[in-house]
Structure formats: structure tokens, C-alpha cells
Write a protein that binds this ligand. Structure first.
Ligand SMILES: Nc1ncnc2c1ncn2[C@@H]1O[C@H](COP(=O)(O)OP(=O)(O)OP(=O)(O)O)[C@@H](O)[C@H]1O
Ligand SMILES: [Mg+2]
Length: 590
């Protein structure tokens, strides 16, 4: 068991980079050998610097000294590599930590996404507990506990305190996480804003005790530091509990943690989620289906998606003996015959060693690949939520008059398979959101990518662009130029892919690939058509009821008039009125 006191940890520099901690200047770090440049390089650069400064002094005697002139050699003394964690600590907005409210949401999102991914990979029905407690006005502690497979002791420090470390980046398979940044970035944000390490409890087997660790990132090196490491008890057979203390802000509304959890429950009907909000409310989202989602298979990249530089690099690094074998093993949908066809087209011998491939040959191969008809990639690497389940999910949180859903068959962008599904709710009760000038609410758009709700950057997202390109008037809805359609409508769009092309590392908006926009439009238009039919029918029914109302109102007056004109008695009048009513009603279909 290793346990350090906070004061010892400070002395060891464990809290390096935290607020209020002295950060050594870069040159000093280089001199101490902390940077990646070695001491000799630094000495050489320093020597050159002194020499150049001497020369300059000689040359510049009598000249007015300019402070802005820097020589290449002086610059060389400052040039060094930048660790990925230093970069993201400065640019935390790129990871979704731009303000305290968003930071709280991002941290919860990263931990919940990982928990759901881990459970699904281990084929365990997820049972999640999310708790947020407010410690002071701007300080919160978030805990996310899952019943997944747990994390082995040796990997805990890297997983939680090292950026760009994960299991999903290199696998071509549908998952919520993909970059290997998420949870370590949340831990780094917590450390920078409160100085507190990430606290983890993880148990990998019912026969073993759990591991309790406190880890934090050394931002200068992007390496983990273990502050505490001991065994402890854990209430579940296997699972992980992550606790991060951070600066945050809890505020209800569209982009709140509450909303994120509600939408996550909607997109993951197989998960049971208990959420304890900081205001004391507890939300229990029960499991809706007892079946785990489809098991996504890992696939190899499709040849159509590979760029020339990457193809060349892949060939250089390939252990295969021939180019033919390399093409067959590295890409999906390439058979032996197809590999030979590509080589023949490119005029490259199929027996060439991949490592000896020249750039010209790689270019010829690249062109040949794109000129050859290759089957679309397999689609068992992505799994839809399912039109019915999506509709069920929507019903769970949105009370409406009618629901419709649609699901598209898989398609491909840049060689990556993806599919789109959509569900729409009309006649939504209690639509509290943006309103048009006349008081009519605007459509509410729920965007989901690989079962993860996206709450920020709506207008930058391909989903928003696609919805805006649709003519909603065709479906009986009002729409002003440059705005979402008006009406008590909630539209939910899910895109599932082996690699969702997000516009930034914070995974908030989907890039505008024409293939993706086309598929989203087709899925939404299908829902729109059903809605249009329903609305037209509803309008007809309304008009019909109105006409019937007129009949009811005016028939007694007609009876009175007939009585006067034809001098009928009361009994005859009621007979005529009854006949008239029967004939008029029968002639109008409802
Ligand atoms: N609760 C958990 N249970 C099991 N494994 C986990 C858990 N949380 C994280 N991991 C492992 O740690 C790795 C790193 O997680 P991290 O969130 O940093 O990256 P990621 O999920 O791979 O990608 P992204 O940056 O897109 O979230 C994951 O790939 C996964 O293997
Ligand atoms: Mg993750």
C-alpha cells in the first residue's frame, strides 16, 4: 500500500500545474532535463546563443538596441516539444471545459459514457449510479458508479491520468468513447481547479478485493502520479466508481446534467440509471428492455476511406510479405482476386514487399483502389437503437399526442459505415423552450451520436443543418426562413457509426459530410411524411366536426322556417328535421 500525505505530495511536485502552484520557467525545466531535449542540445543552443549575442554586441556598438529582433539561434533555445496535457490544459475549451456549468456536464458525460461502454463490452446490463454533491458555492464532487468489468490495477493510473490513452481509438467499432481523452481530461480539469486527485475504486472479480486509488496527471509530462493505492471493500461483484472534485455550476435547463441524464436514459432503454442531483432530487430511470444492444463487431478500414499518405505508411509498417497479402489483411472487403486486380491496374507486382513500396507505387495503388468497384463495408460493426425502441425512449420523457419513427439502412462516409434513425413526437405537452414571435414554440431537436446525447453546439451540427434544409411546410408545419419549424414537436435523431466525425475533441457537433446530411434528411423526411398524413387527417376531421356543429346549430331554425312556409304541425316538423339531420350526417364522412 502506498499512501502519501498532501504535504509530501506537494514536495514531490505531485500537484504540479495545480492552481497556486509555482510553475518553473521552461528553460529551467530544460536545464533540469524535464523537457525532451537533452542537456547537450541545450548547452549547444546556449553556447550558440552566447556567441551570437557577443557578435551582435560587437556589430551593434553605437546602434540603438532593438528588443524585438530575435535570431534563429535564440529561438532555438526556446523551441521544445509540448506535451499533449499541457496543450489541453491551456485549451480546455476544446474538450468542453469552457465554463463551470459546461464543465460539470462534460465530466459527468465522460464518466457515464465510459461506464455504459464498459458494461456493454462485458455484456452486462448497466446499473449506474450518478451522484453530484455541492461542497461550496462553486465546488462540486461527482461520483459515477457502474457494474461493469472493472479496470485492472496496473491500468488505473493511465486510464484516469494520461491523455490519449484508451482502448477504443484503434478499434473500428461503434462505441461512445473514441479518442482516449475523456475521463483523464475530466480528472485534469478537477486537479487544475481544485487541486484534488481523481478517486477510483475498481473491482475486477468477486474473488478479489477492490482497489482504491487516488491518481493525478503530471501535466508537463502527460504521465500519471499515484497519490494513494490500497485495497478496500466494494458493494458490487465487479465495477468501477469514479469520483472527481471540481469547480462547477449546477443550473437546470436544456444544457443541464439533469437533461443529459434524461436523454441518456431515452437513448439507452437497456440501462438502469439512478441520478442524485445536487438539489436533493433523486431520479430513477428504470430499465425498459432486458436485452443488451446489438454486439458491435470490430472491422478493418474500408479501402475507399484510406488516404494516400496513410496507405503508404501502413504499407511501410506492415509485417506482410507481399502487397497482395497486405491489401487483403489490412482492409475489409478485399479478396485475393480483388487484391490482384488492384495491383494489375496499378502496374505494381502483387509480390512486391510492402516495405519496399515507393511513393509513386503507393499513389498508383491508391488511384487503382478508387477506380475498382469494391463492396460497401460490412455493417455488423454498428447497431441501431431500433425505430420502435427509439419511439419508446421518446415516450419515456416526452408526453405527446402522437409518435412516429424511422430507421435507415447503413451507409458509408469516407469508408466508415454509419446509419441514421429518427423519431418524432407531435402535440407535446408542456413544451417549454424557445418560442416564435406569435407564441408558437419552435421544434425541439434532440441529437444523439452512438447513444450519447449532444447538448451543445446545435447550430454547428450536421443534424441541425439537415433539419433546416427540409421543407416542413410540406408536412403541414409552419416554418420561417432560417429557423426551425414551429409547432409542439420534438424530433430525435440518432447517428451510429464506427467513427462519428465530431467537429472537435469535445464531441458536441457532427461534421457536415454530404453523405451524413443526405441520410439524416431521408430519415427525418420519412417521419415528416407520417406526421404530414396525420396532420392533414386531423385538419379534415376538425373541419368536418365544425360543419357538423353548424348542422346542429341551424337545423332547429330550418324546422321553424319549414313550419311557417308549409304550415306543418310540431310532430311533422320534428320528423322532417330528424330526416334532414340523418341525410346530412350520412353524406359527410368522418
Ligand atoms: N468505468 C470504466 N470501466 C472500464 N473501463 C473503463 C472505464 N472508464 C474508462 N475505461 C477505460 O479507459 C479508457 C480511457 O477512457 P477515456 O474516457 O479517457 O477514453 P475513451 O473512452 O477511450 O475515449 P473518449 O476520449 O472519446 O471518451 C477507455 O478506453 C476504457 O478502456
Ligand atoms: Mg470515454
Amino acid at each position: 500500500m502506498k499512501k502519501y500525505k498532501k504535504s509530501e505530495a506537494d514536495q514531490m511536485g505531485l500537484f504540479g500545474g495545480a492552481e497556486g502552484v509555482k510553475v518553473e520557467p521552461l528553460v529551467a525545466q530544460i536545464e533540469e532535463g524535464q523537457g525532451t531535449r537533452d542537456k547537450e542540445q541545450v548547452k549547444e543552443a546556449e553556447g550558440t546563443k552566447k556567441k551570437v549575442q557577443g557578435e551582435k554586441r560587437e556589430k551593434g556598438k553605437g546602434e540603438k538596441k532593438s528588443h524585438s529582433v530575435v535570431t534563429a539561434e535564440e529561438l532555438a533555445t526556446k523551441q521544445r516539444d509540448i506535451s499533449v496535457s499541457e496543450f489541453f490544459a491551456k485549451n480546455r475549451h476544446l474538450l468542453g471545459f469552457d465554463n463551470p456549468r459546461k464543465a460539470l456536464l462534460t465530466a459527468v458525460k465522460e464518466a457515464v459514457d465510459n461506464a455504459l461502454d464498459a458494461c456493454e463490452e462485458a455484456r452486462i446490463l448497466p446499473d449506474l449510479k450518478v451522484a453530484i454533491k455541492q461542497l461550496s458555492e462553486s465546488k462540486f464532487v461527482m461520483t459515477v458508479r457502474d457494474n461493469g468489468p472493472g479496470i485492472v490495477k496496473a491500468q488505473i493510473p493511465n486510464v484516469f491520468a494520461r491523455l490519449l490513452y484508451g482502448s477504443k481509438f484503434h478499434s473500428m467499432k461503434m462505441s461512445r468513447g473514441q479518442q482516449g481523452i475523456g475521463i483523464s481530461a475530466a480528472g485534469m480539469y478537477g486537479l487544475l481547479t481544485t487541486g484534488e486527485p481523481v478517486q477510483i475504486i475498481s473491482r475486477t472479480s468477486v474473488h478479489k478485493r477492490a482497489i482504491h486509488c487516488h491518481v493525478q496527471i503530471d501535466t508537463a509530462k502527460n504521465r500519471p502520479l499515484v497519490v494513494l493505492d490500497e485495497e478496500c471493500d466494494f458493494e458490487l461483484d465487479t465495477g468501477t466508481s469514479v469520483m472527481i472534485t471540481m469547480e462547477g455550476k449546477y443550473q437546470k435547463g436544456r444544457q443541464s446534467v439533469d437533461e443529459y441524464i434524461a436523454q441518456t436514459a431515452m437513448a439507452n432503454p437497456h440501462a438502469h440509471i439512478v441520478y442524485e442531483a445536487p438539489d436533493g432530487n433523486v431520479y430513477d430511470y428504470a430499465r425498459q428492455v432486458d436485452e443488451l444492444p446489438f454486439v458491435a463487431k470490430e472491422i478493418k478500414p474500408h479501402p475507399y476511406g484510406v488516404e494516400l499518405g496513410l496507405l503508404f505508411q501502413m504499407a511501410q509498417a506492415s509485417p506482410c510479405k507481399t502487397i497482395g497479402e497486405f491489401l487483403r489483411h489490412s482492409f475489409s472487403r478485399v479478396s485475393d482476386k480483388l487484391a490482384h486486380d488492384i495491383c494489375d491496374k496499378a502496374k505494381v507486382k502483387a509480390t512486391t514487399k510492402p516495405a519496399s513500396l515507393t511513393l509513386q507505387q503507393a499513389e498508383a495503388l491508391h488511384t487503382a483502389i478508387n477506380q475498382t468497384k469494391i463492396m460497401a463495408p460490412p455493417t455488423d460493426c454498428i447497431g441501431p437503437i431500433g425505430a420502435q425502441q427509439l419511439e419508446q425512449g421518446l415516450k419515456r420523457v416526452v408526453e405527446a399526442e402522437v409518435y412516429f419513427s424511422s430507421s435507415r439502412s447503413p451507409s458509408v462516409y469516407r469508408g466508415n459505415p454509419f446509419l441514421v434513425e429518427a423519431a418524432i413526437a407531435y402535440g407535446v405537452k408542456n413544451m417549454n423552450g424557445e418560442e416564435k414571435e406569435e407564441g408558437e414554440p419552435l421544434m425541439r431537436l434532440i441529437r444523439i451520436a452512438n447513444r450519447v446525447p449532444l447538448l451543445y453546439q446545435q447550430s454547428a451540427c450536421a443534424t441541425f443543418k439537415s433539419v433546416m434544409q427540409i421543407n416542413w411546410r410540406n408536412y403541414g408545419m409552419s416554418q420561417s426562413k432560417g429557423a426551425l419549424p414551429g409547432g409542439p414537436v420534438v424530433l430525435m435523431v440518432h447517428i451510429a457509426s464506427v467513427w462519428v466525425p465530431f467537429t472537435s475533441e469535445s464531441k458536441e457537433a457532427i461534421a457536415h459530410y454530404p453523405e451524413i446530411i443526405k441520410e439524416i434528411k431521408l430519415a427525418v423526411q420519412e417521419c415528416g411524411r407520417h406526421l404530414g398524413i396525420y396532420l392533414r387527417k386531423k385538419k379534415r376531421l376538425h373541419q368536418e366536426l365544425q360543419k357538423r356543429g353548424y348542422i346542429e346549430t341551424y337545423l332547429p331554425f330550418i324546422g321553424e322556417a319549414l313550419k311557417d312556409i308549409l304550415t306543418l304541425n310540431d310532430g311533422q316538423v320534428s320528423d322532417v328535421v330528424a330526416k334532414l339531420k340523418h341525410t346530412l350526417e350520412n353524406s359527410r364522412k368522418l
